[in-house]
Design a protein around this ligand. Structure first.
Ligand SMILES: Nc1ncnc2c1ncn2[C@@H]1O[C@H](COP(=O)(O)OP(=O)(O)O)[C@@H](O)[C@H]1O
Ligand SMILES: [Mg+2]
Length: 226
């Protein structure tokens, strides 16, 4: 296997080109990618837009995943560049959550459960010439879809309050718009938001600034959800 140039890095993984068709996603920590592979394959087969799973690479590690090479910016990059408005971003996130939650669970016997991404925010959506594709499924689980809506909303609220490179106002507007769109799908109930807050608080990947704004972020979601 020849590993080509680094295409992107997030908090947990590095993504390298293998060739024009495939990339290698490699965890920097000792995380097994096997479950993610099963979830992505199931979602692909269900018609949801995820990268296609590729042939296993030679000398592959358990932390490796070979998948379709995508082109185009992430939704974050498009928002920052002004190529996508906050309203368009909100509409897209709401649609992706709705479409994901229309798919029956893969494992759970509870018919109300759905596959949850649990980290569906603008850095994990790539805008390809063929449409939006959701990446980064390492947090995926099955459970009540309201938890996924709460996680996306809470993550955006944290970005709005601890913006880094993002204009806080843009993200706040996007969040307000997203919450009004999510209403039709069941919105973000208080118990789901509380559970999302607990999960975020337990995430060792959070920066000190993100942890510091977590309670205010939950309050902001409640306020904007009206
Ligand atoms: N299939 C892909 N094709 C091309 N680039 C990708 C692909 N998947 C991820 N990337 C790039 O790698 C970055 C990190 O990937 P991601 O799966 O979100 O890892 P992390 O868990 O570390 O956030 C993305 O923001 C994107 O720039
Ligand atoms: Mg990511």
């Amino acid at each position: 296997m020849h590993i080509g140039p680094l295409l992107g890095s997030g908090r947990t993984a590095d993504v390298f080109a293998l060739d024009d068709a495939w990339v290698l996603r490699r965890y920097r920590h000792d995380t097994d990618a096997t479950t993610e592979l099963a979830v992505m394959s199931y979602l692909s087969a269900s018609g949801f837009t995820v990268p296609r799973i590729g042939p296993p690479a030679g000398e592959a590690l358990p932390t490796d995943l070979v998948m379709q090479r995508l082109s185009g910016p992430t939704m974050s990059e498009a928002l920052l560049a002004g190529a996508l408005t906050g309203a368009e971003g909100a509409e897209l996130l709401a649609r992706l959550l709705r479409e994901l939650h229309a798919i029956p669970p893969r494992i759970s016997q509870d018919p109300e459960d759905r596959i949850l991404h649990l980290d569906l925010h603008p850095e994990n959506v790539m805008l390809t010439p063929h449409g939006a594709v959701v990446i980064d499924w390492h947090t995926a689980a099955e459970g009540p879809p309201a938890l996924d809506r709460a996680m996306s909303s809470l993550i955006l609220a944290q970005v709005a309050l601890a913006p880094g490179s993002f204009p806080g106002e843009l993200v706040r507007g996007l969040l307000a718009d997203l919450l009004s769109r999510l209403d039709a799908d069941g919105g973000v109930p208080a118990d789901a938001l509380a559970l999302a807050r607990t999960r975020r608080a337990a995430d060792p990947g959070l920066t000190a600034q993100e942890t510091a704004v977590l309670d205010d972020a939950a309050a902001l979601v409640t306020e904007l959800a009206g």
